[in-house]
Design a protein around this ligand. Structure first.
Ligand code: URA
Ligand code: URA
Length: 314
């Protein structure tokens, strides 16, 4: 892939995530995309951007919380990185800025659920020994009424050895039709969000709190969550990821056993039986409220950093 194509893809990803200006100081992503369309193959992005009238300028204060107030010498604009030697994959942008930082710069610790024992649940739940066993049990499950109105169970899918696990709320119409999680519009956005932190759907495991679709996509009921969440918990236990990304209110509140809002829960590193858990907005919520894309970007960057740190430690 040449540098231009790589930059184009990179900018598209950033735009998907709601970035409008941080990539190129003083130049909007829209403008940059126009420049990309217009410029012919010099390969020198600085020159192309300058020729298009985009003199790098101090940005005025953005309307929303900035990701990184100013590109610092330590984190040059990505454009330069892309125009120099094309990297095998676009580097994620610089460090997340939103979460209040501890004095050492680390994001604050959040809620702690359970202890980091080898087995997550100690209780009297059925001891499924594999993800396949769980999927079979879900397919036969009548513990709540949702199975009656559902076309298919949606047990979750992905890498059984995933280091990164995404947890959503419940299947929607497309998921119900196909039996696969996050394949509708919100799912397509999730796939892009994962791509932005260099993860594919095959890398991760994607599951939900509820495994059958609530009629008309209504909110999960407490009884349904109580009946269904043991499947999710056992999935987490079997997969034992290095990071859990809880998408939206129900996933976050269920796993963290709290009523706190997403706004309060995000930006912290919670612990779920020893596994770092990051909370962010649900992709469906992002489709309704694009101003949440920027905080989501920060959250997933944090999740990615935790994954990298955990890998580095072995
Ligand atoms: N929303 C969810 O929470 N999960 C899905 O699988 C799809 C949409
Ligand atoms: N409300 C939700 O249900 N989900 C979000 O992610 C944010 C607000």
């Amino acid at each position: 892939m040449d540098a231009r194509e790589q930059l184009r893809r990179y900018l598209e990803q950033r735009r998907e995530l709601g970035e409008s200006e941080f990539v190129l100081d003083g130049l909007s992503v829209e403008d940059a995309m126009r420049v990309l369309g217009a410029a012919s193959g010099t390969g020198d992005w600085r020159a192309a951007l300058k020729a298009a009238g985009a003199t790098p300028a101090e940005r005025s204060a953005p309307a929303v919380a900035p990701l990184a107030p100013k590109p610092s010498p330590a984190s040059p604009p990505r454009v330069e990185a892309a125009s120099a030697a094309p990297e095998p994959r676009p580097a994620p942008a610089s460090e997340p800025a939103a979460p209040p930082k501890g004095s050492d710069g680390a994001p604050p610790s959040g809620l702690v659920v359970g202890t980091a024992s080898h087995e997550l649940f100690g209780g009297n739940q059925p001891r499924f020994n594999s993800l396949e066993e769980i999927a079979a049990a879900v397919a036969a499950c009548t513990k709540c009424g949702l199975y009656k109105g559902a076309l298919n169970p949606v047990p979750g899918e992905g890498n059984p050895n995933a280091e990164f696990m995404c947890v959503g709320e419940a299947p929607g119409a497309k998921e119900d039709e196909t039996g696969r999680p996050f394949v509708g519009q919100a799912g397509q956005l999730l796939t892009k969000i994962l791509a932005a932190i260099n993860l594919t759907r095959e890398d991760v495991f994607i599951g939900n709190v509820l495994k059958h679709r609530p009629p008309g996509n209504r909110n999960p009921l407490p009884d349904e969550i109580a009946a269904c969440s043991p499947y999710l918990i056992r999935q987490i236990e079997l997969i034992r990821p290095k990071v859990i990304l809880a998408l939206g209110t129900f996933a976050a509140q269920t796993l963290l056993d709290t009523k706190l809002s997403i706004g309060k829960l995000r930006g912290q590193v919670h612990r779920y039986y020893g596994v770092p858990l990051i909370v962010t907005y649900h992709p469906a919520a992002l489709l309704r409220n694009p101003s949440w894309k920027r905080p989501t970007w920060e959250d997933v960057q944090l999740a990615r950093r935790i994954l990298d740190d955990a890998r580095a430690r072995g």
